[in-house]
Design a protein around this ligand. Sequence first.
Ligand code: FE
Length: 254
Amino acid sequence: MIDIHSHILPGVDDGAHSEQDAINMAKLAVEEGITKIIATPHHQNGKYRNNKQDILKRVDELNHLFQKEKIPLEVLPGQETRIYGELLEDFEKGDILPLNQTNYLFIELPSGHVPRYTEKLLFDIQMKGLTPIIVHPERNAEVMENPDLLLNLVKKGSLTQVTAGSVTGHFGKNIQRFSMKLIEANLTHFISSDAHNISTRSFKMVESISKIEKEFGSQAVYYFQENAELLTQGQVVYRQEPSKIRQKKFLGLF
Ligand code: FE
């Protein structure tokens, strides 16, 4: 299994602090059946800056460490890039790192809202030949209130990634219910851990997969796993026609 979102790179953000933390995370990842993991440190989210060249170097070092420790986990380079006005200028400068150096780029929205320039920037990103993947939309307050915002962005070419812990209820019932709605409405294309540590923000991949299998069948599990694989290879991923989430009924559940 491939996990495309993690904070396993030590000492660069609020994920693993030390090499030992990274080793502990790697061992747990292997136990969950993960063979490849994309390290996606935060970039430009207010607190952390992790430029492309720095990440590439550190991912090499981490792979050497895991080889030395005989941990069968391959780390691939990536970045969790917060949306900001100069993102494309910085891409031109070489600071931005798409996932495994493909054309798929993680985009993180602020947790409370969707900035007004989002649609335009996601369009411009695609004009550069990149495919934006909006990370954990299920945890964005404005998207939860108005899922049509996300439907519009997906219809216009963006992909999305839901966090495994959201599916399992780790972030609460509302986020769990909304995550299931997103899957049902074909509004998400990837499930990944966004693991930060082995305690409070762990992988939950196995648990999320069994939940998805139970609710949506093995086809859905296959779809998400295949997409992670295709992404790391830089190939075109599967998309299914997205549909509208019935907002009234959804809000009634709160
Ligand atoms: Fe993250």
